[in-house]
Design a protein around this ligand. Structure first.
Ligand SMILES: Cc1cc2nc3c(=O)[nH]c(=O)nc-3n(C[C@H](O)[C@H](O)[C@H](O)COP(=O)(O)OP(=O)(O)OC[C@H]3O[C@@H](n4cnc5c(N)ncnc54)[C@H](O)[C@@H]3O)c2cc1C
Length: 385
């Protein structure tokens, strides 16, 4: 019997297919990818060939036309890979950058770019954050100025996932000097003159995900590479925030479940004090609480996804609910990973033990895609009159 009220047969099939894919095509190779700092393109293209990049793409454009629940299922299933660097490579493409193209792209832009996005030939990134502006998106300094039949863009972006090895960045730039929210989004393909990777960044976790510092030095883009409405990019970007927040938690839930399962197995096998570690009340109770917390995060994530899902759910505003899931979920997952390392003892500190990597990978969850404190402000604003 289905154990999740939102899980239809179709969603279950996506979950099962994705878990099977990552167990065969990702987990066995993950260590090598972590070492090289790169997810090979052929694995992404295999996912593309299986239709995995089209869950949110409308049917008439070659996808499945599904909503947030599909992204919740997909992200949780990817999390089972235990290589969050791989998971985020995929989810930035499908759920953080891709939706900007889908929501705002003209028919011509969709015709030009979507086939490559669906097949994995064109891997996307989203370039909003800058050295001087992260949480405060309106503080970005990258500027685009009208120049003939296009725009000149100048500025620097940092922490941009998929921008070292990817193919196109959706870049946010200020276009209205009189309005701090006057931001426009631009399609900037890799290789455009003046657009370069200044540095491949070296990270604490997500080692196989590539993260770039980017420079835009007098980059010219023609008018047909403006994505969405001029000066309205800030609001268009915000439309996808709940989805971004959700998939980060989804992949964390998938990983935390594996971490709990591995810790239960380890503590049951490990002999100590005349029995095994799991027989010790302090350990079994804390792991039981961790499972209860994870179940709560998972259930509230699916509920918030259902609230926002326009295809299978209520299609309502879910900012308060999803921001709460992001805040509580990220902190809970971090603490679960801490305990999983703790109960592995010294082995938990060894690179060969998967929870060591999962613990490092989880640290970004309370920071990226809306820091916990920023999320709590979103909840607070909507909780009181
Ligand atoms: C590995 C990685 C990948 C990333 N990928 C991308 C990407 O693909 N594209 C992209 O555009 N960005 C990306 N980011 C950027 C990420 O979204 C930002 O790091 C995040 O939004 C926080 O911004 P910041 O780092 O500038 O921190 P700041 O905004 O300087 O905030 C620092 C800390 O201050 C606290 N804080 C901030 N605002 C408030 C507030 N209002 N109230 C109380 N406390 C607050 C929080 O604890 C926060 O962590 C990535 C970051 C990392 C590390």
């Amino acid at each position: 019997m289905n154990r999740n009220i939102y899980m239809t047969d179709e969603l279950q099939a996506i979950y099962d297919q994705t878990v099977e894919f990552v167990s065969k095509e990702v987990t066995p190779h993950g260590d090598a990818w972590e070492e090289s700092g790169k997810v090979p393109r052929d694995v992404l293209q295999k996912m593309g060939a299986l239709g995995m990049f089209g869950l949110r793409v409308p049917e008439e454009q070659g996808g499945l036309g599904m909503g947030m629940l599909a992204s919740a299922v997909f992200s949780e299933a990817l999390g089972a890979s235990t290589y969050a660097g791989f998971d985020v490579t995929v989810l930035v493409h499908t759920d953080m950058a891709g939706p900007h193209l889908l929501n705002s792209g003209t028919p011509e832009q969709l015709e030009q770019w979507l086939p490559g996005v669906l097949s994995g030939e064109t891997i996307l990134s989203i370039g909003v954050t800058e050295p001087d502006a992260g949480s405060d998106v309106a503080g970005i300094r990258t500027k685009a100025v009208k120049d003939g039949d296009g725009w000149r863009i100048n500025g620097t972006k940092t922490f941009i996932t998929n921008a070292v090895y990817g193919d196109m960045t959706i870049v946010a730039a200020k276009t209205d000097p009189d309005n701090k929210y006057g931001i426009t989004m631009f399609l900037v393909p890799a290789g455009t003159d003046g657009f370069s990777v200044a540095k491949k960044l070296d990270k604490h976790g997500w080692r196989c995900s590539d993260t770039a510092e980017l420079v835009l030095d007098n980059v010219f883009v023609p008018d047909d590479q403006v994505l969405g409405t001029v000066h309205r990019g800030f609001y268009e970007t915000m439309k996808n925030f709940q989805n971004e927040r959700m998939v980060l938690i989804g992949m964390g839930v998938g990983a935390a479940q594996v971490a709990i399962d591995q810790t239960l197995a380890h503590t049951q096998e490990r002999s100590a004090f005349g029995g095994n570690l799991f027989d010790l009340g302090a350990i079994r109770q804390r792991m039981a609480m961790n499972q209860a917390k994870l179940d709560a995060v998972r259930a509230s994530m699916y509920h918030a996804a259902w609230l926002g899902d326009e295809v299978m759910g209520a299609g309502q505003d879910n900012v308060k609910e999803m921001s709460g899931v992001k805040a509580f979920g990220a902190e809970a997952i971090m603490q679960i990973m801490y305990d999983c390392v703790q109960f592995h003892g010294g082995m938990g500190y060894m690179r060969e033990t998967p929870v060591e990597r999962m613990y490092r990978d989880a640290r970004i969850l309370p920071i990226g895609g809306g820091a916990t404190e920023v999320m709590l402000e979103e909840v607070a604003k909507r909780s009181y009159q």
